[in-house]
Design a protein. Sequence first.
Length: 193
Amino acid sequence: MFENLREKLKHFCVGIAGVGGLGSNCAVSLARTGIGKLIIADFDVVSESNLNRQYYFRNQIGQKKVFALQENIEKITTETIIEPHFIKLSPDSIISLFKNCEIIIEAFDLADQKQMLIETVLSEMPEKYVISGNGMAGFGRNNAIKTQQFDRLFICGDFESEISDSLPPLSPRVCVVANLQANQALEILLENF
């Protein structure tokens, strides 16, 4: 059964915009399922403060995240092609980089970047789905985390937990939302294509 799923998934391409806590963990989960190709884009480098929730290691501090993540995924599987782009995304680059993806995962930290990606995909890429994360700060409240669908937009999270000094981004909730995003991508791919 699993081999049949992997055979289907190897023909799909997913884009991931931002490879921090959400994006790096989502990418690893999708690669472990056998997704055919991941196009990853980010313009940040690994820092020590990332290690508590992002899929990087101490020896990668200072490296560009997209190349460090490519290295980490290639240690897990050689079945998934990783196409890294060290770039700050704009509406034009979103359209050109992710044009061959069935789904784009939004995994940015900043609200204006999230909005820019979502609006670009929904208005300029009418055949694409976008999966976003919103509300994953702190800990506990497991049952508050869910997925809501708005046509081609899916949002995963609790929709209210904003990151702050009293509610930092911690690995358990960040990874739950990242894996919800990956799971939602699989559901779309395996049911709609």
